[in-house]
Design a protein around this ligand. Sequence first.
Ligand SMILES: [Zn+2]
Length: 117
Amino acid sequence: MQRLFAGTPWDRPPTCERCGNAESECTCPPVVPEPKRLAPESQTARIRREKRAKGKLVTVVANLDPDGNDLTALAAQLKARCGAGGTVKDGLIEIQGDHLDTVDATLRSIGYKTKRG
Ligand SMILES: [Zn+2]
């Protein structure tokens, strides 16, 4: 993007707002914005079973905003409840095995609305 005052006396190199150094010399740690979490009550998780390679079943939790939820923590909670492994991938939580009922009950106990399929 062209800077507004490019080529004029106002065209100064961008400086860091925290240390005042030119951005190229700035050594401030990158700012990680605090993610804005959403209330579980305001969200509907979609739960479904999917078949993976070799006919293995996984329970998939979809439709949860990856920025609005700590999916990693949620996955850990679901894995513990189901006694199964699992991963977070592309904003989806995958729990190994068929745990539709347990996942549904766990999500509801946290406050999420759920929908099958
Ligand atoms: Zn800085």
